[in-house]
Design a protein around this ligand. Structure first.
Ligand code: NAD
Length: 286
């Protein structure tokens, strides 16, 4: 059984939240995207207008005005939380902040509203005791950029009800995404664990002087058909983000092997964070 969803609130208008909001609006849902910063809300609204217009030019959106009219942007999301059938949290990746947000949502939202977190590293079981109705919560994990990437991972925690799972699966499918439904929580879920395994092996090969980063990247691209090599990918995502994901997994599991490699830590300590810093595994200064 699914809950009838018409109104959705997305909390956080950053890189993920703004595009997740657009995905819902394009699928026909009345969607509010809320942030704490008016500047971020304004920038998000402008960016999404441009993106939806571009999709319309490419023939991928029939009625851009209708989609935009279903989108509301706000720096005060309390009213939208009261009205939402589904709330998807996509705020800054900090456990305490997310717990505060869910406690507030739990005060405001209808008891039958479904709640999802887009967190990449925080399983919803760590948020469940901050809300009144933990059976209505799960991870609903979109990929970056959410308007483009075709997959949503849905991760129930031990308390998540079947109705909650059925509802988030149904909403995700209506957006046109392919759903990957995990049977249980595991740090990193599926896609990021697979990616992490490739990145870790690439760093091990390089640290043991088996090949250059250029050759390891070439093998991934040309022999395995990956769109980019593991070192190129780390530079694109940000080596600090990759390191953070390792630390988060170590904190969740206590597993020493989850810690970032010394090479990665050295790179981050030197400020070689990747493309955004002009230098990472590769040099982008020229
Ligand atoms: N960036 C990625 O590649 C990616 C991919 C998948 C999932 N995620 C997850 O999505 C979430 C958001 O990531 P992001 O990259 O969009 O981060 P971001 O830093 O770009 O955006 C986070 C936004 O949350 C806002 N925020 C903070 N407190 C808030 C509050 N109380 N109410 C409303 N908004 C608040 C911030 O102002 C900011 O605009 C994180 O949980 C992250 O793990 C990120």
């Amino acid at each position: 059984m699914t809950v009838e969803v018409q109104r959705i609130l997305v909390i956080g208008a950053g890189a993920m939240g703004r595009q997740i909001g657009a995905v819902f609006a394009l699928a026909g849902y009345d969607t509010t995207v809320g942030d704490v910063s008016q500047d971020i809300v304004d920038a998000a609204r402008d960016e999404i207008r441009t993106r939806i217009a571009r999709l319309a030019e490419k023939g991928q959106v029939d009625d851009p005005q209708a989609a935009l009219s279903r989108l509301t942007w706000t720096s005060d999301w309390d009213d939208a939380a009261r009205e939402a059938d589904l709330v998807v949290e996509a705020a800054t990746e900090r456990l305490e902040l997310k717990r505060q947000i869910f406690a507030r949502v739990s005060e405001l939202a209808r008891p039958d509203a479904i709640l999802g977190t887009n967190s990449s590293t925080i399983p919803s079981s760590l948020l469940a005791d901050s809300i009144r109705n933990p059976e209505r919560l799960c991870n609903m994990h979109f990929f970056n950029p959410a308007l483009v990437m075709a997959c949503v991972e849905i991760v129930p925690n031990p308390q998540t009800s079947q109705e909650t799972i059925d509802t988030v699966v149904s909403v995700s499918q209506r957006t046109g995404k392919e759903v990957v439904l995990l049977k249980r929580e595991i740090p990193g879920f599926i896609a990021n664990r697979l990616m992490q395994a490739v990145l870790d092996e690439a760093m091990r090969l390089h640290a043991s002087d088996v090949a250059t980063i250029e050759d390891i990247d070439a093998a991934a691209r040309l022999a395995l058909g990956h769109p980019m090599g593991p070192f190129q990918l780390m530079d694109l995502v940000g080596n600090d983000v990759i390191s953070f994901i390792h630390h988060a997994e170590f904190e969740l599991t206590g597993d020493e092997s989850a810690k970032p490699s010394p090479e990665l830590e050295a790179l981050v300590a030197e400020g070689r964070l990747g493309r955004k810093a002009g230098r990472g595994w590769y040099d982008y200064s020229s």
